[in-house]
Design a protein around this ligand. Structure first.
Ligand code: ATP
Ligand code: MG
Length: 551
């Protein structure tokens, strides 16, 4: 019983088992296949799968595919892949569309009980008749159709005799209910569209508010966990289960949505970013989608630890993106081999090092995990260093390379800057240094100290690599969507991606998509699975090394 620490949902489950209301917990994760999963969904997945698992219960993956206009098999497949990748196994794989016949029968039952009617009002009229929070709604002139007429019209809706929007089926509840959701909600609509699962079999589709409780009840779900915006729908949920005379009575329980700073978290908005070209697809590493995070280099473990740490409550939460980064750093610290990479290269020639000589230096693969062993790094007369590790005219307290100064090359020797070579425009193109043989790393040299240690890559064996560095996709102000005439698109960060061509150590030639490394001083990187080819390595920065964030 330890996936989930104590929380109010778990308490309800404990009570229901103790009282004998249920003898097995059944949950479901019910995505609509109209987009890719995002990190918010990971929380719902974790809650549903984690809680059922704590009680030896079961969790189904159920596609809530009742809207063929927006759904697609591409999304079904990506969702399955993402749930598995996150480390969860569903018991049954189910589709709401498999129950369309059953749902139709329940709708007919409602008509027969005088609890549903076919309405000819347009969508606009229905909205108008619905009233407001302060004013009751008005009955539709079609509300009192006879049961026979309703049965006939509903069947003809199903048979395709009407156009989209010409008629709907509504539940007959109460047009003056203080809860607007109970003011005769639409439960079926006409949509002449091909469904990814049922093809052209149906041209009427159940609405979410009607379909969802039936799906839960049909599957014997005991606790139907959803996000807080469905709280006002709970009376309707219960009404549907009761009036449709379902055998099982699932209980809807709401929790607060997870939001993260500097991003957006709704499929509608994420789709807009994709469709309008702000990002390079749903799996762009800047996206908060599971596929984007996977491509960036997040591990399933880090995502699970993160969502575990975000409390389950009734309130929507806004979590700092740095907390997410903290967890991936923690996870990779012990897993990722260390290496050196030069993102913005500057050539250094060590003038007193023998020409043509290559020396193999020893370095630990991961100093925190000695069992990972050692690696060999070539060293020679020509190396690359980071352009910003040199300054011709440094400010005080700059301890890296500048004319006359000596620094330590990580795993190698002390070098001293003797000469700066520039091109015609005055740009520094090469540094000439001397090295001191007796300062070799690992030999215990204590003769003198230097203040700066910089990293490097031997030039003649260096492997070219592309580095992609990311900044937040959305600027802080994304919350001010209400600002006049502004949408979240006005807050997209136009500098969210920086691409550099540099070099990595020769032993990196062997690396494979999704291999993860800690580049000395630069942070953790993932080998991009899409754009890496045999000729070109592409590294996505997952996260830099340090953050001020503390949990
Ligand atoms: P979106 O608004 O992003 O499209 P959704 O709620 O419409 O999300 P669904 O496919 O219906 O997406 O979601 C499947 C499940 O995941 C639902 O139970 C939903 O409540 C839950 N979920 C979606 N977003 C979040 C979130 N940010 N935090 C927690 N749970 C979420
Ligand atoms: Mg939805």
């Amino acid at each position: 019983m330890d996936n989930q620490t104590s929380n109010f949902i778990k308490d309800i489950m404990i009570k229901d088992l103790e009282s004998g209301k249920h003898n097995k917990i059944v949950t479901r994760f019910p995505p609509e296949p109209n987009g890719y999963l995002h990190i918010g969904h990971a929380k719902s997945i974790f809650i549903n799968f984690g809680l059922a698992d704590d009680f030896n219960g079961k969790t189904n993956l159920r596609f809530d595919d009742t809207n063929p206009l927006k759904e697609d098999i591409e999304f079904v497949n990506s969702i399955k892949e993402d749930v598995k990748w996150l480390g969860f196994d569903w018991d049954d794989l189910l589709f709401a569309s498999d129950y369309f016949e059953e749902m139709y029968k329940r709708a007919v039952l409602l008509i027969n009980k005088g609890l549903a009617y076919v309405d000819d009002l347009s969508a606009d009229e229905i909205r108008e008749y619905r009233g407001t929070l302060t004013e009751p709604g008005k009955n539709s002139p079609y509300r009192d159709r006879s049961i026979e007429e309703n049965l006939d019209l509903f069947e003809r809706m199903r048979n395709g005799e009407f156009e989209n929007g010409q008629k709907v089926l509504r539940a007959k509840i109460n047009m003056s209910s203080p809860n607007i959701n109970l003011r005769d909600p639409v439960i079926y609509r006409i949509a002449h569209a091909t469904h990814h699962n049922t093809g052209d079999k149906w041209c009427i589709y159940p609405m979410y508010a009607f379909a969802h409780p039936l799906e839960d009840a049909i599957e014997g779900v005991t606790h139907s966990i959803c996000t807080i915006e469905f709280e006002d729908q709970r009376p309707l949920y219960n009404w549907v289960v009761e009036q449709c005379e379902m055998e099982n009575t699932p209980q809807q329980i709401e929790f607060g949505r997870l939001n993260i700073t500097n991003t957006v978290m709704s499929k509608r908005k994420l789709k807009q970013l994709v469709d309008e070209g702000f990002v390079d697809g749903w799996d762009d590493p800047r996206m908060p989608t599971i596929s984007g995070m996977r491509r960036k280099g997040f591990t399933p473990e880090s995502i699970r630890e993160f969502v575990r740490e975000t409390a389950i409550s009734k309130n929507n939460s806004m979590v700092d993106v740095q907390m997410l980064e903290h967890f991936v750093r923690e996870d990779l610290k012990l897993k990722a081999p260390r290496t050196m990479g030069i993102i913005d290269p500057l050539k250094v020639v060590i003038t007193n090092y023998p020409e043509g000589q290559i020396e193999l230096l020893d370095a630990e693969i991961n100093p925190e995990v000695p069992e990972m062993g050692m690696r060999k790094i070539p060293f020679s007369r020509e190396i690359y260093i980071e352009r910003d590790d040199f300054m011709e005219d440094p400010p005080k307290k700059y301890f890296r390379l500048f004319p006359g100064n000596e620094v330590r090359l990580k795993h190698a020797y002390f070098i001293k800057c003797e000469e700066v070579i520039k091109d015609a425009s005055g740009k520094v193109i090469e540094i000439r240094c001397t090295y001191d043989q007796q300062t070799k790393s690992g030999t215990g040299f204590t003769g003198r100290k230097v203040k700066g240690t910089i990293h490097w890559v031997e030039a003649t064996h260096a492997v070219p690599a592309e580095f992609r560095l990311y900044e937040p996709l959305i600027m802080d102000e994304s919350e001010n969507e209400g600002e006049e005439g502004k949408t979240f698109l006005d807050h997209v960060n136009s500098n969210s991606l920086e691409v550099h061509q540099g070099f990595v150590e020769p032993n990196m030639k062997e690396c494979r998509p999704h291999d993860k490394f800690q580049f000395f001083r630069h942070g953790y990187f993932n080998v991009d699975p899409k754009d890496t080819t045999v000729d070109k390595l592409v590294f996505n920065r997952i996260v830099s090394l340090k953050s001020s964030f503390k949990i």
